[in-house]
Design a protein around this ligand. Sequence first.
Ligand SMILES: Cc1cc2nc3c(=O)[nH]c(=O)nc-3n(C[C@H](O)[C@H](O)[C@H](O)COP(=O)(O)OP(=O)(O)OC[C@H]3O[C@@H](n4cnc5c(N)ncnc54)[C@H](O)[C@@H]3O)c2cc1C
Length: 393
Amino acid sequence: MGKTILILGGGWGGLFVAHRLRGYVGQEHRIVIIEKNDKFSLGPSNLWVMTGDRQYPGDVERSMSKLLRKDIELLHAEVTGIETETKKVHTSVGTFTGDYLVIALGSELYPEALPGFVENAYNLYDLSSVARLHEVLQQFTGGKIIVFCSATPFRCPPAPYEAALLIESLFRNRGLKDKIEVHIYTPEKQPMPVGGLKIGAMLRQMIENRGIKYHPEHKVLRIDGALRKMFFQDGIDAKYDLLIGIPPHRAPRVVVEAGLTDSTGYIPTHPQTMRVLSDVETLETKLPGIYVLGDVAAITLLNSMLLPKAGVFAEEQASVIANSIAASIHEEESNKVFDGKGICYIETGDGMASTGSGEFYAYPEPRILIESPSKEGHKAKEELEKLLTTWFA
Ligand SMILES: Cc1cc2nc3c(=O)[nH]c(=O)nc-3n(C[C@H](O)[C@H](O)[C@H](O)COP(=O)(O)OP(=O)(O)OC[C@H]3O[C@@H](n4cnc5c(N)ncnc54)[C@H](O)[C@@H]3O)c2cc1C
């Protein structure tokens, strides 16, 4: 008998799992993506909209209704409730029951949690805000530009550093380098803390060599637009002329209400099988037939930090889940586990990017290698973006 696989969320990970699984199971099995947005875009494109290398919306947004495969069903609806015992999913257009559920709902941006963010900062993670930022950067002839992170964890740990490097490169190439100052403020102790001290020092050197001022361990409490000032914990403040921020993130409300999250704020997830954990210490799982992937998943590493929120991991996890569901349908053993490996490309400006490869399950801490910036790194990042054209008509 045909099975129904409900994929909650049609972002980077949800689309991947649907496409992988379609290749593994016959047409008698229904694959349904439930997605509230009718547009899809890839996070990395935001940075290129900021620099003007991509136009918003034409180059970077795709209509979900143009999803190429017609044998993947797309339900344009909001998931409003998840009953894990019965695998019932309540949505804005009705209730559905699956034989398997894949929770791929990502993380939600929550700029309202930081007083003054919405009114005064350009949101690096919102495409329309980034498109406006591009216009402002075009007109900007001098002053202090601050790129800041509101809170951790946030998607794509290198993104604030990439943004600052790209901005420095933009103004240097316009001959305005000595008219601007670029600063980064973050509550983190170092860039990419999960990577360990050496990686942090290397990235810090990379940005400071370009004259970017780095202010770690600065937790912003509020922004005052009239004074053009950010106020931090410990009574420190900083003046700005142009403010670019990464807002606080949180898990979508529906997974919190379903009782799936723990003290990390996200869903505790088995590091290899991508099933919901009932015990983080013993790695015992619960809820058979229910999987989690991507940004909504919390995978605790051997150094007690969380696996970064990145599309490359969502992609690999999607393969593992597709394999596991197909094996279960075919009554076979699944032979694929998530190994915590991933590659990312850190944009450094001037058409170059550094390739970073990581083994995040290494002991005693993740093993990460960051190469010098190269044209090839940038090209590889552009290739990643081409994923869009393989999914959409
Ligand atoms: C500026 C920027 C640059 C980035 N660069 C990189 C990079 O170079 N490499 C990399 O690997 N990653 C990068 N990322 C991170 C990457 O985009 C995310 O980690 C990735 O999208 C996570 O995939 P996901 O499927 O878990 O979540 P998402 O892609 O966020 O998808 C979640 C989906 O669930 C939907 N959803 C949420 N709630 C509901 C609901 N209640 N009902 C229905 N649908 C719902 C959302 O609309 C969304 O479509 C970047 C991110 C940003 C913002």
